[in-house]
Design a protein around this ligand. Structure first.
Ligand SMILES: [Fe+2]
Length: 247
């Protein structure tokens, strides 16, 4: 079995038996794919470990693409390994990060993965703890309930892919002749994002995904990021708390 769900933001409550009774039928050969904003690798120290233990103790395997709210410093500390045809970070034996621009063979189907997204909740900027006016700006933004994040604490520039990651994604799709079964991302291609909310501006990644969309053949495209559960144009599945069976 393969299920997918949307942003966890470090909260795994939805996997409890009362919310996800289907887990009774699942084993470690079954997968739950999180479409980004996994958020369980967040503090980047041993305070994350109980969360990893909880995830590893689930009856199924947890796979995730990264979103924009991930601690990319901590994530990049894990060695890159090859798994089911693509590159991964193994957080635990059954908790695996599916890296960007990869394709994986899972239960006889091909999954193309491309995490990342541009943060929308940073209208008042990114603060840097090393800057001399950090505490002053931090206090004032806190008081005015500003929308801001802190570099390397709650925001990382790696939320958007690097040139190498785009290039690798392109090569992967070329190799597959632009045919896959499922596409798993955190944000949506530009045209789909526009249908969700016209306030969201296109960026380099949504434009890249738009190019992927126009070239590829696929059954379903699953993504998160926009905090809603919706199906757009029959093939584009926006997920938040819902857990849907993919296979
Ligand atoms: Fe997100």
């Amino acid at each position: 079995m393969i299920y997918a769900t949307g942003d966890l933001h470090g909260n795994t409550l939805r996997f409890r038996p009362q919310y996800f009774p289907e887990r009774a039928e699942m084993t470690k050969d079954d997968y739950m794919i999180v479409c980004g904003d996994f958020g369980c690798i967040w503090n980047g120290d041993k305070s994350d470990v109980p969360q990893f233990d909880r995830l590893e103790a689930l009856p199924f395997m947890v796979l995730f693409v990264d979103g924009n709210h991930e601690n990319f410093d901590a994530l990049s500390e894990y060695p890159v390994e090859q798994w089911r045809g693509g590159k991964v970070h193994k957080i635990r034996p059954h908790v695996i990060h599916l890296m960007r621009g990869q394709a994986f063979e899972l239960q006889g189907r091909t999954f193309f993965t491309m995490g990342g997204a541009q943060s929308h909740d940073i209208a008042d900027g990114i603060l840097d703890m090393d800057s001399p006016d950090f505490y002053e700006r931090y206090d004032s933004l806190r008081r005015s309930r500003g929308q801001f994040r802190i570099n390397h604490i709650s925001w990382w520039k790696e939320e958007l892919p690097s040139d190498e990651e785009y290039a690798e994604a392109w090569q992967t799709m070329e190799r597959l002749d632009w045919k896959v079964d499922y596409i798993i991302t955190h944000c949506a291609p530009t045209a789909i994002q526009q249908k969700i909310n016209t306030d969201f501006r296109p960026d380099k990644l949504t434009e890249f995904l738009e190019e992927v969309r126009s070239r590829s053949q696929f059954h379903y495209w699953l993504f998160g990021h926009y905090h809603d559960n919706r199906i757009i144009d029959e093939k584009y599945v926006l997920l938040y708390e819902q857990m849907v069976r993919v296979l």
